[in-house]
Design a binder for this molecule. Structure first.
Ligand code: CMP
Length: 397
């Protein structure tokens, strides 16, 4: 139901591990060194060797820049211009003539169809382009108008390459290769085998490859997706979060652990007046709990488990578990592998048969292409719909 060739399997993950990985990645979010900003406003010939070296070093934190040859990196360091935009600022307007290409040094922008970019702030799943990626190449490469609006979702720093430099430094050749990669990927899919060159080209023009490290969340809630995800490389897992605070057997299990709570190192004192509906194990409030005789692995498991907002601190030998965590585990429902597609369930059967449970899609090290459902809907042809119908018959296995 969720993808082509579904393989259901069960596996339990602890949600805390995912969040830990995510925060580690978010810490990379550095700003452009302010002392280098004036250099980017100098004419290329006026930038000294030392200044170029500094610019190159700073830019090497931009993922797409690192992929370029040393020679191209140096040439770009000669021409880039730094620009900072606030939240809601429109950088590119759909339908305008393209004059520049942009790298995102810090921040996030959204791609929209409306000229003002305001839809990005109400869209529950906007198309985002993040730090390290570039945009604005399509109109330059093809000599056409801008195919979308780009609006800043937060304060964003951009490194701008003007059109003349874009071609003079041969950045166009690199970006053409990236386009060809996306095009060949879509062309290789059996599902799209009936599509014309123009249809595949449109898919490649309206998507970007996105890399996700292990543990990063790709889709927070799959119950009503606005995008279709194509898995270009690697794998991601579909996880269902189970809230243990509403689970009777979990509460019972926790209560059973009180038998062993004899050690001074680990103590749990439930808060007086714990709110109704949150986890409130017996014995009664204000009675001191002792989490003794818990072996190291049990403590580690508990420390990764999330505890309800209202609960009092749980002390373990490794420190206090944050109060605002809730108890939950993630159950792996499926894995999506290279060449597979996720988010087609609306084509696979009547709405009432679709699984509406909220799941999350988490990377196990993946490169994806994300296409807005409305773009796919506008292109999809009868042979493709027929193939999708057949997929419906093959589920559940
Ligand atoms: N779906 C999409 N995902 C990511 N980037 C996009 C998408 N659609 C358009 N873009 C980018 O938005 C830019 C708008 O200006 P261009 O048409 O020059 O180039 C376009 C692409 O770089």
């Amino acid at each position: 139901m969720f993808q082509m060739g579904s393989r259901a399997c069960m596996d339990v993950h602890i949600w805390g591990a995912i969040e830990q990985k995510q925060s580690a990645i978010q810490m990379e979010d550095d700003k452009f060194p302010s002392k280098l900003v004036p250099i980017t406003y100098k004419k290329p010939d006026w930038r000294t060797e030392e200044e170029l070296k500094q610019l190159r070093n700073a830019m090497s934190s931009v993922q797409s820049y690192r992929r370029y040859s040393n020679n191209l990196q140096l040439l770009l360091a000669k021409v880039i211009r730094h620009q900072r935009f606030g939240r809601r600022r429109v950088v590119i307007k759909k339908g305008h003539i393209g004059n520049s290409f942009y790298f995102i040094y810090s921040g996030v922008v959204a791609v929209t169809k409306d000229e003002e970019g305001s839809s990005a702030f109400v869209d529950k799943e906007p198309t985002l382009i993040r730090r390290g990626a570039g945009f604005g190449e399509v109109s330059l490469l093809k000599g056409v108008k801008r195919n979308a609006t780009i609006v800043c979702m937060e304060e964003t720093e951009l490194l701008v390459v003007d059109k003349e430099d874009f071609f003079a430094k041969k950045l166009d050749e690199v970006l053409k290769k990236e386009f060809e990669y996306r095009f060949s990927f879509y062309r290789s899919l059996d599902l799209l085998s009936s599509w014309s060159f123009q249809m595949i080209e449109s898919m490649a023009d309206h998507s970007k490859t996105e890399e996700f490290h292990y543990g990063r969340v790709i889709v927070k809630d799959t119950s009503d997706m606005a995008n279709i995800i194509f898995m270009a490389k690697g794998r991601c897992d579909l996880l269902h979060i189970v809230d243990l605070t509403t689970c009777h057997s979990y509460k019972k299990w926790i209560s059973q652990q009180t038998e062993f709570l004899k050690c001074d190192k680990c103590q749990f004192a439930p808060a007086a007046g714990t709110a109704a509906g949150t986890w409130s194990p017996s014995p009664a409030p204000n009675t001191e709990w002792k989490l003794g005789a818990l072996n190291r692995s049990t403590c580690n498991r508990l420390s990764m488990t999330r505890f309800p907002r209202q609960a009092a601190p749980l002390l373990t030998p490794y420190g206090e578990i944050p109060k605002d965590l809730g108890a939950a585990v993630c159950i792996k429902v499926d894995s999506i592998h290279q060449g597979e597609i996720f988010g087609l369930n609306q084509y696979l059967g009547p709405d009432y048969l679709n699984d509406k449970r909220s799941m999350i899609l988490v990377s196990q090290g993946a490169e994806i292409l994300r296409v807005k459902r409305e773009n796919f809907d506008a292109l999809v042809d009868q042979p493709t719909l027929a193939k999708l119908k057949k997929l419906q018959n093959s589920y559940p296995r």
